[in-house]
Write a protein that binds this ligand. Structure first.
Ligand code: UN1
Length: 515
């Protein structure tokens, strides 16, 4: 079958149970519960995966520590060289991994391959970084003294990823953590175990070829308890968590309570704002992609669309045409633009959100129900939806809650100031997008009184960020940054080293302490 061909191309067994634990001993295991990987397109069980039991999780954490103790002494440029080999090995399987993402997660093929590309890109970035993770020399106020800011490896990074980006978000974290000299322990979403197994097989082979401790990149598949164990373990120095704001709050509290470090990439509720002078031939397709790309299940998906009153009728008409004509389909077929949502829970989220919109008097302009036409009745297909909520009050649940499904709410405004206020009026702050040709609007949008999101785009949609800039949000979207920019600085242990080269030992601030 098609699934078997994809699995075999990535060295995953197609019969029997698949081991889902690579716990730093160099052996694959899995003594915990059996998890099923279910295809969102067909409903078939693609594989049964043996997850980690509690002992395997705690062994993996101690093996990671041991791996870190060795790996931190490998010079950073050498770590970069090994990362280059990992990059090349992943690159050689880019299309196969992309297909597996489509098969198991449900996003369309070009987005699946794009996600692997994102991993390759951040590897390139981190390979370069491995020669540039520089500290500083700071001028000392004391004669014969120098102050150095030194970046050393941090320890063990625990990475908890979500189903929607089952490969790239691990890549963002692992590549920086690796270049920084840490061991990385991955606890993926329980519904995309095969993606994590395929990636770990490729990475671990390169480590083995280079004589690197296998615990530098270990994998524990499992459910909530495995995640809780990683989060609560003092052996995990940095926890990087992607998921809901609700769970992220608990993760943040638990990690801080044990004085660990945390990066949280939580819910988004991203708005696109269209000014009357926008180029609609660019804005409409971008909002369309933002709304239905990954079937509305990116953290960065467009969920709110604010239209200037003058442009609204025209914009809505074009959007309606696209939304009613696009047909959901098999994500592995090249012409498909809209794949299934991920699982039964995603269907629930979609259906509840529609009910909520209807019961509060929203006008549904397109979509509004599941898509059950043959041959998709057994998959998780929904009609992409455009709605005009009755209320414009953004404290209302229809506006302020993140709905992880292809639904866009539309609202109208008259001035850029009003649009910015609407954009900023929700608890979340991940991504935002302004469409205009007027420089004055741009200045307001990106300035001090502008969009309060972590991503503030102009004539670029809310989703689909490149890896070069740091990625992350503000407010209930969480704390910290991943991927590019200065994100790497969170993966190292900083030391301020004051070194005295002189024959005196003066105190700072001119303090005199004569004995
Ligand atoms: C996510 O949805 O968790 O900017 C990550 C984007 C992608 C990453 C999204 N590069 O849409």
């Amino acid at each position: 079958s098609r699934a078997s061909a994809i699995l075999s191309s990535l060295d995953i067994p197609t019969s029997g149970e698949v081991s889902g634990v690579y716990g730093g001993s160099g052996q694959w295991g899995g003594n915990g519960d059996i998890m099923e990987s279910i295809c969102p397109t067909t409903g078939e069980v693609i594989a049964r995966v043996k997850s980690a039991d509690a002992k395997e999780v705690s062994d993996a954490i101690s093996n990671s520590r041991e791996a870190y103790l060795a790996f931190r002494n490998v010079p950073a440029p050498r770590r970069g060289e090994i990362l280059r080999q990992i990059r090349n090995a992943l690159g050689a399987k880019r299309d196969e991994l992309g297909a597996l993402i489509s098969l198991e997660m449900g996003k369309i093929r070009t987005e699946g391959v794009g996600e692997v590309q994102e991993f390759l890109d951040i590897c390139d970035y981190a390979i370069g970084l491995s020669r540039m993770m520089n500290g500083r020399v700071v001028a000392s106020e004391r004669p014969g003294h120098s102050i150095l800011e030194v970046a050393n490896p941090l320890g063990v990074t625990g990475v908890l990823t979500a189903f929607n980006f089952p490969v790239a978000v691990y890549g963002w974290n692992m590549s920086l953590s690796f270049a920084a000299g840490n061991a990385t322990l991955w606890k993926p979403s329980p519904t995309t175990p095969l993606c994590s197994i395929a990636v770990t097989k490729i990475v671990s082979k390169v480590l083995q070829e280079n004589g690197i401790h296998p615990g530098v990149a270990s994998l524990v598949t499992g459910g909530k308890q495995a995640g809780v164990d990683v989060v609560n373990s003092r052996g995990v120095d940095l926890v990087s968590f992607t998921g809901s704001s609700e769970v992220g709050r608990l993760v943040g509290q638990a990690v801080q309570a044990r004085h660990g470090q945390v990066i949280l990439e939580l819910g988004g509720n991203n708005a696109a704002v269209v000014m009357p002078d926008a180029d609609l031939s660019l804005a409409v397709p971008a909002v369309f992609f933002g709304g239905i790309g990954t079937a509305g299940q990116r953290c960065t998906s467009t969920r709110r669309l604010y239209l200037h009153r003058d442009v609204a009728p025209q914009f809505i008409e074009k959007m309606q045409k696209l939304y009613t004509s696009v047909k959901p389909g098999d994500p592995l077929v090249d012409s498909t633009l809209l794949g299934p949502v991920h699982n039964a829970q995603s269907l629930n989220i979609y259906e509840n959100a529609i009910k909520n919109l209807q019961s509060t008097g929203a006008e549904i302009l397109a979509g509004g129900s599941r898509f059950l036409e043959d041959p998709f009745g057994r998959g998780n297909f929904v009609q992409p939806t455009l709605a005009i909520p009755k209320t414009t009050d953004t404290t209302n649940a229809v506006w302020k809650e993140e709905v992880f499904a292809p639904i866009i709410n539309i609202g109208l405004f008259d001035t850029i100031e009003e649009a910015i206020e609407l954009n900023n009026s929700v608890p979340q702050g991940l991504s935002s997008s302004l469409w205009t040709r007027d420089l004055r609007n741009v200045g307001k949008w990106i300035g001090p009184a502008g969009s309060d999101a972590g991503i503030v785009n102009v004539n670029v949609g809310t989703s689909g960020a490149e890896i070069g800039a740091a990625f992350g949000g503000n407010k209930s979207t969480g704390w910290g940054r991943e991927s590019g920019g200065d994100a790497w600085k969170q993966y190292v242990r900083w030391s301020a080293c004051t070194v005295n080269f002189s024959d005196e030992a003066p105190l700072a601030q001119g303090v005199r302490f004569e004995t």
